[in-house]
Design a protein around this ligand. Structure first.
Ligand SMILES: N[C@@H](CCC(=O)N[C@@H](CS)C(=O)NCC(=O)O)C(=O)O
Length: 225
């Protein structure tokens, strides 16, 4: 019998990436409802997979992946016959796609996580209004690059077709809204269009369950990371 695909982790923008990819690809999988900074993180089966204490974690037989971006790339490549969510590895198109995806992870996700750590979780990471302010300004400068990409009215980052690059960007834009960073009207329109996809809506309901939201807000946390 084929090994089940499992996603460990719900309730955050990063966990949403794994659930959304699987929904877009129409793959069956199991969800393990591990919620950050709750006792569920101590689940012995979860801890046996890796010791990072982070979600999401993707498991498929012997394969365990603990970075949301790597999960997205793996699923796009492994299941490209079901749905093309990334250009083929080694192509110029793929290099352009990787450029946009890694820009999103390094230049947009990273400052959002600074805001999260020093704004949402000061009891763990320390209070730092300066870091929050400068990370917000940095995010807004960098996200302008995405606004420029969409300036010709295309619905998706690479034109007419949705790709995993959109999935990564939208998880950051949704997160930016939660922390009250103002998006341009073009980015708002793009966000509304992409989040109208059936795959997004299906993944959202698996990821942002009432239990996850209650657990995260109960701990005094925003629901972004
Ligand atoms: N770079 C990692 C970040 C993973 C991460 O920080 N996950 C957060 C939730 S989004 C987490 O598990 N936090 C638990 C903790 O820090 O205790 C990714 O994108 O997968």
């Amino acid at each position: 019998m084929a090994a089940a695909i499992r996603v460990w982790g719900i309730g955050t923008s990063r966990t949403l990436r794994a659930h959304w990819m699987l929904a877009e690809l129409g793959l069956d999988y199991e969800t393990r409802e591990i919620i950050p900074r709750t006792p569920s993180m101590d689940d012995p089966d979860f801890c046996a997979l890796n010791q990072r204490s982070k979600v999401p974690v993707f498991e498929h037989g012997d394969l365990v992946i603990g970075e949301s971006g790597a999960i997205v790339f793996h699923l796009a490549d492994r299941y490209r016959a079901r749905c093309a969510l990334a250009p083929p590895p080694g192509s110029d198109e793929r290099a352009r796609f990787d450029d946009v995806c890694i820009f999103t992870l390094m230049e947009l996700d990273a400052p959002l996580y600074v805001i999260r750590r020093h704004g949402g979780l000061p009891e763990i990471y320390g209070e730092s209004p300066v870091a929050i302010q400068s990370a917000g300004e940095y995010f807004l400068r960098q996200v302008a690059e995405m606004d420029r990409r969409l300036a010709d009215g295309r619905p998706y980052l690479f034109g007419e077709d949705f790709s995993a690059a959109d999935l990564l960007l939208v998880t950051c834009l949704g997160w930016a809204r939660i922390v009250n960073l103002p998006l341009s009207s073009r980015l708002e329109e793009y966000l509304a269009g992409v989040t109208d996809r059936a795959g997004y809506r299906a993944a959202f309901s698996v990821n942002f369950t009432p239990e996850a939201m209650a657990a995260l807000s109960g701990a005094g946390q925003a629901d972004a990371d």
